[in-house]
Ligand binder design. Structure first.
Ligand code: FMN
Length: 382
């Protein structure tokens, strides 16, 4: 059977068949991007990407090796880099796992009381997360980066921060670097860092996101970073969205929410159902779970947080604050109360499908929309 052709310069640069990248989605102990999902996207002709944020280096190595067992095609790993390596505090990294909890209670008693009240209101049993509660500090991120290049991962993506220090390491390893941005100022930082590809992520996107929508963002970033290729992210869930992104000047797309609903997804069924059943306006920006603006499904915890009048704590403290709540909710099987980062694209998604089918449908719809374009333009002579 012949496959439709949808090819841009990005495909040549990354060695992929279609200009479709799965977004690197870190969190939930690697469950947003299980190796099976990553490998399935690469096998389907796109670029699968492991969301490495929050995965300890040894586990990240295992995940990468598992992807390599499942596919020989190119794939990537995405990390959230500290804004400036050398300046970030490694909160709680060397102390006992108890110390950040005690510090939170002493410093932010009202926040801790909010979480305890929430646990009571939802009838959950108090439960302490088994993971040490702390962010990925500088030392962890450096080890994650070492693992990525020791394992010969061909594409590295930076979701936050400045990848300037990673680029020379990646070049040496023969890997490409992609940098995510939500505005032109940060796009210029990526150019300075000498990345290979800039991903322009609009506010519609799931997860941590900025204020500018994909439609005005992509052409601005394209003009600012030319001749570097730009990949569009945020709100893309079908072939029409891909055709639109290419028309805006993007060389490809970076899609998260759509792949979260795939048959190979690692999300809890309840989370997938929320994404498939909800309308676009039920995906709101809140700092409730992480301290940074993140678009997510509006569950009752988000509502309670927004009504609390509390100021969110800076990252990673808000995440630490919520860690025991999330652990209690997961233990009770209340998957409707866990953090479900996802975007407005959800309004376009109605059923869970295997990745191979998703990619096939994306490509054939994009091709037919693009092929129909010339017939939509008429020019009159004289
Ligand atoms: C569950 C989830 C987790 C995410 N985690 C990360 C991350 O760790 N690093 C990153 O660069 N982007 C992260 N993002 C943002 C994605 O990379 C991407 O920009 C976004 O999903 C694209 O928009 P869409 O969801 O509308 O397709 C995350 C998004 C989601 C939905």
């Amino acid at each position: 059977m012949t496959r439709p052709v949808l090819r841009t310069d990005l495909c040549d640069m990354l060695g992929i068949e279609y200009p479709i990248c799965m977004a690197g989605m870190g969190g939930l102990r690697g469950r947003y991007t299980p190796p099976e999902l990553v490998a399935a996207v690469s096998e389907a002709g796109g670029l699968g990407v492991v969301g490495g944020a929050g995965i300890p280096p040894d586990d990240l190595r295992k995940a990468i090796r598992r992807v390599k067992e499942l596919t020989e095609k190119p794939f990537g790993v995405d990390l959230l880099l500290p804004v400036s390596v050398g300046k970030i505090e490694n909160t709680g990294g060397s102390g006992s796992p108890e110390s950040p909890r005690d510090a939170l209670r002493r410093t932010y008693p009202k926040h801790v009381e909010f979480v305890e009240t929430l646990i009571g209101e939802f009838g959950l049993e108090k439960h302490r997360t088994e993971r040490p509660i702390r962010g990925d500090g500088e030392a962890v991120v450096r080890k994650q980066v070492d693992v990525i290049f020791e394992e010969d991962v061909p594409v590295f993506a930076a979701g936050l921060g400045d990848p300037a220090w990673v680029v020379p390491i990646a070049r040496e390893a023969g890997a490409k670097v992609m940098g995510l941005v939500g505005n032109v100022r940060n796009a210029m930082r990526q150019v300075k860092a000498d990345v290979d590809v800039v991903v322009a992520q609009g506010t519609e996107a799931g997860g941590h996101t900025g204020k500018i929508a994909t439609m005005p963002l992509v052409p601005q970033v394209r003009d600012a970073v030319a001749p570097l290729p730009v990949v569009a992210a945020g709100g893309i869930a079908n072939g029409t969205g891909i055709a639109a992104a290419l028309t805006l000047g993007a060389a490809g797309v970076w899609m998260g929410t759509t792949f979260l609903t795939a048959a190979e997804s690692g999300l809890y069924d309840r989370q997938i159902d929320s994404i498939l059943d909800a309308r676009s306006d039920e995906f709101v920006i809140s700092r409730s779970y992480t301290g940074k603006t993140a678009r997510q499904y509006k569950n009752p915890v988000v509502d309670a947080w927004e009504n609390s009048g509390l100021e969110p704590l800076p990252m990673p403290l808000q995440g630490m604050l919520m860690a025991d709540f999330s652990a209690a909710a997961e233990r009770a099987g209340r998957h409707d109360l866990v953090f479900t980062p996802s975007g407005q694209a959800a309004g376009l998604l109605n059923e869970s499908r295997p990745v191979a089918q998703i990619v096939e449908e994306l490509v054939s719809e994009a091709v037919s929309v693009l092929e129909a374009m010339p017939s939509r333009v008429t020019t009159s002579a004289g």
